[in-house]
Ligand binder design. Sequence first.
Ligand SMILES: [Ca+2]
Length: 85
Amino acid sequence: MDKKLLIGLGASLVLLAGGAIASEPEERERVPSFEELDRDGNGYLSESEVSGVPCLHDNFDRIQPENEEGMNRQEYRQGVAQFCK
Ligand SMILES: [Ca+2]
């Protein structure tokens, strides 16, 4: 088997695996709790702390945290209700 064919097969497998992950509904709907996300425990979620939650991270500016440290518990709840459906 030549190298190009092997590379092509490998790329197809990666695409297939990616599609399987993207269509997994449980992964998309589960949003970690405030406590899980607040890694440094300062009571605010920074942009980097929500980086694993696209619905919050992508809308970080729209959720508009009042505090420079990030969004507080109430802003987190509103953000989840509004953007993580
Ligand atoms: Ca924090």
